[in-house]
Design a protein around this ligand. Structure first.
Ligand code: FAD
Length: 429
């Protein structure tokens, strides 16, 4: 996704670009589908937003429901909070769910419009560098093609040969939980995002278009095999308990093969640029999926790097040193969102009752304290950054009462990223 977004930007700005893709067809694997507001603004800039909106499902509210399980009865609701993108002072004050492959084909078709500058090499695999050229192995006829370019961008996801060539390490951090994820049909009136939790369970529900819904169910790390042995009924029962309205749709799943195991990890390389090589997206950073940021970070990286290279083209000064601007803008932002996603993951990582009380309080305070609410939505949106203070954290855990004063539009806009922060080299000029 990052590679295609970058290609659209570069080709549309007069830069010749080749994208190498190893897959020969659409991937059946589930991947990122939730687009955050900043990414929607970038997709507008790339000229594809109308198609994205037409093929996606938008929502502005995320509902958090906490349930208490009771023996032989339906669980009882003990907490309910709403977080709202609608508070953001932006035309993009919502999130959008779109099937991963649909978004990829929208970007690919857009890039193909610039046929004189865009070359799509598929199926072919980039294997490394030799004599300063990228070595591409064509899958069908097994021929090898060296490609000479001014810059090489590693957008290969978590296993990145470009990263290896740069001599950078991805030190993976793992979690005590995994996820099962599957898309199933949904009732037509199930329209907003929902996270349903108990002491031991977590179910994330994100509506897609065509009355489908992407579901994400947390399990203990390593529990997948034993769950499978219990039969698919285990899965049906767990969903029915947490979200009865999906009951009959879940039972339409007959085989574990339809359900994908997702193992969350986190890493962040310490450099994005070495000479004329740069990394974007998962090649540079893997983020815990709790806050739905991975694909967004990839597209946001592509936006900044693409703008920088297009600027170099305009100036006629291709200098490897200038790539540092990209790292300077994107690395702290990615680090911040990796931290935020990690914190959200921790909130659901422990089954202790006292931990749950803190989590419930924290979400409740976030909804009801206007400052905490706006900060959280702004930070995950990617549109800006507004750090939490010590006082914010104390209010969040309930040590201090929540504030009542609402946040004015002009105040929140101070924390939005301005063009000069996204593309600071323009100012230096
Ligand atoms: C189940 C699941 C759910 C997720 N949910 C979300 C979500 O809701 N929101 C979100 O923002 N993120 C989510 N993510 C994360 C998101 O999918 C990734 O962060 C995002 O796809 C990263 O984009 P990328 O372009 O960096 O890499 P990728 O999407 O991994 O793309 C890399 C591409 O490079 C190709 N490639 C790799 N190696 C080579 C090679 N040597 N030669 C040629 N081609 C190569 C691959 O085939 C692939 O097409 C999820 C991930 C998973 C697995």
């Amino acid at each position: 996704m990052g590679g295609l977004a970058l290609a659209v930007k570069l080709a549309s700005r007069g830069v010749n670009v080749a994208v190498v893709e190893q897959l020969s067809a659409e991937s059946p694997q589930y991947k990122g589908e939730l687009l955050q507001p900043k990414t929607l603004a970038i997709l507008e800039d790339l000229g594809v937003i109308d198609e994205v909106v037409a093929n996606g499902h938008s929502f502005s509210t995320l509902e958090f429901i906490e349930l208490e399980r009771r023996s032989s009865k339906q669980p009882k609701k003990v907490g309910e909070s709403f977080m709202d993108y609608g508070l953001l002072a932006s035309p993009y004050n919502y999130a959008l769910m779109i099937p991963h492959e649909t978004l990829k084909s929208i970007l690919l078709n857009k890039a193909k419009l610039y046929s004189e500058r865009f070359r799509y090499i598929q199926p072919a695999r980039f294997t490394g560098f030799k004599d300063g050229k990228a070595i591409i192995r064509h899958t069908k006829d097994k021929t090898i093609e060296p490609i000479l370019a001014r810059f090489y961008i590693g957008a290969e996801g978590r296993n990145s040969p470009t990263r290896n060539a740069m001599g950078l390490k991805a030190n993976n951090r793992t979690y005590n939980h995994h996820f099962l994820t599957v898309t199933i049909p949904r009732p037509a009136n199930f329209k907003t995002g929902k996270i349903v939790t108990t002491n031991h369970r977590f179910l994330g529900l994100f509506p897609l278009p065509d009355n489908k819904i992407r579901t994400v169910f947390l399990i203990k790390a390593g529990a997948y095999k034993s769950m499978k042995q219990e039969g698919i009924e285990y899965f049906h029962k767990a969903y029915a308990e947490l979200c009865p309205e999906l009951g009959e749709h879940v039972t339409s799943l007959h085989d574990w093969k339809d359900i994908q195991l997702m193992i969350p990890t986190m890493f962040h390389v310490n450099r994005y640029v070495v000479e004329n090589l740069a990394l974007i997206g998962d090649a540079a950073h893997a983020v815990h999926p709790m806050a739905g940021e991975g694909m967004n970070l990839a597209i946001q990286d592509a936006d900044v790097l693409g703008e920088l290279i297009a600027w170099m083209k305009k100036k006629g000064t291709y200098d490897n040193q200038l790539l540092k601007w990209y790292e300077q803008v994107r690395m702290p932002r990615a680090k911040f969102l990796l931290g935020l996603s990690h914190l959200s993951a921790l909130a659901y990582s422990f089954p202790y009752p006292w931990w749950r009380r803190i989590r419930m309080k924290s979400i409740e305070q976030m909804e009801r304290d206007p400052s905490l609410h706006v900060k959280q939505m702004l930070n995950i949106s990617g549109l800006g950054r507004w750090d939490n203070t010590l006082m914010d954290r104390l209010i969040q855990v309930g040590a201090f009462p929540k504030r009542k004063r609402s946040i004015s539009e002009s105040k929140q806009l101070k924390y939005f990223f301005e063009r000069t922060e996204d593309y600071p080299w323009e100012k230096e000029e």
